[in-house]
Design a protein around this ligand. Structure first.
Ligand code: HEM
Length: 134
């Protein structure tokens, strides 16, 4: 095989691509500025200690993007189980993440791949405490 795809052949380490721990911290900071400025989302965070949440999110994103930090927070489903988060809230949250990532050294494809990873948690976050339908 003469053709190789060095970056695509293995699961890409986005943690390195984005610029490691300092970039993750800056990204999380900018991300929550957006989330807390969103009238559809900000009320979810009333009374939440944001310093702890930012720290937890730094750990979470580092781990999710292939970095060395361990996520030491609660299981994602447990952390959100009392919150009435609907799909539309989740979508806005992810849209803010996508927009925030645009300010970092990632291609558009990288950003879509990161969003795809984060979307894996949708069912853990949405509706656990909101929708007892059927
Ligand atoms: C994939 C999407 C999401 C991920 C990966 C995520 C991740 C996290 C993490 C790591 C924590 C900290 C857990 C801990 O304190 O141990 C947390 C807490 C929290 N998240 Fe999310 N989250 C997501 C979506 C959302 C959405 C859509 C909302 C609301 C619109 C939301 C609202 C909150 C709130 C209010 C807390 C604090 C809960 C508390 O301290 O009781 N999250 N989330």
């Amino acid at each position: 095989m003469s053709q190789q795809m060095p970056e695509q052949a293995e699961r890409k380490n986005f943690y390195e691509a984005i610029g490691g721990a300092p970039a993750i911290a800056a990204m999380v900071e900018q991300f929550y500025q957006r989330v807390l400025a969103d009238p559809e989302l900000k009320d979810f965070f009333t009374g939440v200690p944001m310093d702890r949440l930012r720290k937890m999110q730094c750990e979470f994103f580092s781990a999710a993007l292939g970095g060395p930090e361990l996520y030491k927070g609660r299981v994602i489903a447990h952390a959100h189980q009392r919150l009435p988060i609907e799909r539309k809230h989740f979508q806005r949250f992810v849209d803010h993440l996508f927009e925030t990532l645009a300010g970092f050294s990632l291609s558009e494809q990288d950003r879509y791949e990161i969003i795809a990873r984060i979307n894996l948690y949708a069912e853990d976050v949405i509706g656990v405490g909101a929708d007892f339908g059927d």
